[in-house]
Design a protein around this ligand. Structure first.
Ligand SMILES: NC(=O)c1ccc[n+]([C@@H]2O[C@H](COP(=O)([O-])OP(=O)(O)OC[C@H]3O[C@@H](n4cnc5c(N)ncnc54)[C@H](O)[C@@H]3O)[C@@H](O)[C@H]2O)c1
Length: 343
């Protein structure tokens, strides 16, 4: 049995990783400051983590140092982060402080207490300016938006800790992740969470541009399989976590509507420049956000090569899009009903 720290464990991915490792017989220690996570994410069929999670910020140096000293972790999954892109864009100092400084705090504790390995949650968003597809781990055109900039910078620190101290670290670049526990309630949920919520409210989801933009989506259980396999790595590695296939937002919307029985509600289409309209501060003069940058983000094509994950770790995704969406819709509908939202 290994002792494993999971930061960001009350969030979508961290909570499910915790449950899976716990079911596998590992000893997991969870930390989350609940800035985005929720207690509901911690309740599973066979276990409830609510009493044992530490309600703490990863930047609380005294607490984190004493936790590392006491627990003597074998492995760390550093999953905590400020994820919504417009939140990072709107609060850049916080984004850098959590996503970059927070990562360096964890790296330094790993070094100090001799943790064997770290797995870091990075993102396909680092490829936002790439033009060659499928995107490969060895080629990143430096990103422009703040969220991927923070994650890319954090990756550079992971590499710097490997170069300086030879601490094995794997940076996983997740494509768009979906599955049970996806957030449906935050101001700007991930696209599937948003579409499910709007249909459940009886509203037409608003899609930006014509909905024909294509993205690479990965089901959370497949991601977790790979996150566990990469613990084999004895070196520094960067690994895409993707299906290497794409689907349009219109197709996603159609499947969700079919699962929810809301095919009579048709999506509405809006200007790309209004994509982050829920964040009016981003459009404030004298320096409103670049409409070109917004357009690039809305129309962005994502397709990540998963050859490296297949070849080095013998992994391949197993869940079909239809099956994954069915599970996501079923779980999210319950969450929304509990929050008083339901058709
Ligand atoms: N969901 C995706 O599609 C996706 C894609 C690419 C990368 N990622 C990355 O994967 C990770 C997990 O994503 P998610 O979808 O589960 O997001 P999430 O927002 O559901 O989970 C992140 C968790 O981190 C916690 N957190 C934030 N700041 C913290 C701090 N200072 N101290 C302690 N906890 C803190 C939040 O409360 C939240 O519970 C993130 O780092 C994200 O950037 C996610």
């Amino acid at each position: 049995m290994s002792k494993i720290l999971i930061t960001g464990a009350a969030g979508f991915i961290g909570s499910q990783l915790a449950y899976r490792l716990w079911k596998d017989g590992e000893s997991v220690v969870l930390v989350d400051n609940f800035s985005y996570g929720s207690e509901d994410n911690l309740i599973f069929d066979e276990h409830d983590f609510r009493e044992e999670i530490h309600h703490k910020d990863i930047r609380d140096l005294d607490f984190m140092d004493s936790l590392f000293e006491k627990e003597k972790f074998d492995y760390v999954y550093h999953i905590a982060g400020i994820t919504p892109l417009p939140d990072c864009q709107n609060h850049p100092v916080d984004a850098v402080d959590v996503n970059v400084r927070g990562t360096v705090i964890i790296l330094d504790l790993i070094r100090k207490y001799g943790v064997k390995k770290m797995v870091f949650a990075s993102t396909s968003a680092v490829y936002e300016n790439n033009k060659d597809f499928p995107s490969v781990e060895t080629h990143v055109e430096k990103p422009s938006l703040f969220y991927p900039s923070t994650k890319y910078t954090a990756e550079q620190y992971c590499k710097a800790y490997w170069d300086a101290y030879h601490i094995p670290i794997v940076c996983l670049r997740f494509a768009n992740v979906f599955g049970p526990h996806i957030d449906c309630l935050r101001t700007q949920p991930p696209v599937m969470g948003y579409i499910i919520r709007e249909f459940m409210k009886g509203n037409a989801p608003v899609l930006h541009s014509d909905g024909e933009q294509k993205r690479d989506f990965i089901f959370v259980d497949d991601l977790i399989d790979l996150a566990i396999l990469v613990l084999q790595s004895e070196e520094y590695d960067t690994v895409n976590v993707s299906t290497q296939t794409t689907v349009t937002i219109n197709e996603i919307t159609r499947i969700i509507a079919e699962k929810l029985g809301t095919t009579d509600i048709k999506p509405e289409y809006a200007e790309t420049s209004h994509y982050w309209y829920r964040y009016p501060e981003l459009y404030a003069k004298p320096y409103p956000i670049s409409s070109q940058l917004m357009e690039n983000e809305v129309l962005k094509y994502t397709c990540l090569s998963n050859e490296h994950a297949k070849e080095k770790y013998g992994w391949s995704p197993k869940t079909s899009l239809e099956e994954g969406i069915a599970k996501t819709v079923e779980f999210s509908a319950e969450v929304l009903k509990k929050a008083g939202i339901g058709v």
